[in-house]
Design a protein around this ligand. Structure first.
Ligand code: THU
Length: 134
């Protein structure tokens, strides 16, 4: 059984590989599948800026590319290099990508250096546009 703290530890470790020469803001994410596997991701920036990818999407795309589609939770931790005093909430694009694969009750766990708080996808992306709208 992987609890929020263990998932956050995986996110913290993933953050160590963030490639952030432009923003110096490092993010790590750890995505838990319903079968209990963890896929991690970090943000990866680019000199042309727009091709950069967030940590959350790195983790989700890694998992989906390995055949995973059923997700339970994601832990996220970010801050400027060497700092995790504040919580890092997922950007709008990442919320939309999460909504593609996850239901309203999917858990989004945010960590800073001394605490963890938990939201649902529905709380962070109410009234989402999904396949049901098409
Ligand atoms: N970033 C993430 O990886 N996840 C978030 O939830 C917010 C922002 C990254 C993108 C960029 O590399 C850096 O943080 C600053 O925006």
């Amino acid at each position: 059984m992987i609890d929020n703290k263990a998932l956050m530890t995986a996110a913290q470790k993933a953050r160590q590989t963030a490639y952030t020469p432009y923003s110096h803001y490092c993010v790590g994410a750890a995505l838990l599948t319903k079968s209990g596997k963890i896929y991690t991701g970090c943000n990866i920036e680019n000199a042309a800026f727009t091709p950069g990818n967030c940590a959350e999407r790195t983790a989700i795309f890694k998992a989906v590319s390995e055949g995973e589609r059923e997700f339970e939770a994601i832990a996220i931790i970010g801050g400027r290099e060497g700092e995790t005093a504040d919580f890092c909430a997922p950007c709008g694009v990442c919320r939309q990508v999460i909504a593609e694969f996850c239901g309203k009750d999917f858990r989004i766990i945010l960590g800073n250096e001394n605490s963890i708080k938990e939201y649902t996808l529905d709380k962070l992306l109410p009234f989402a546009f999904t396949d049901k709208d098409l």
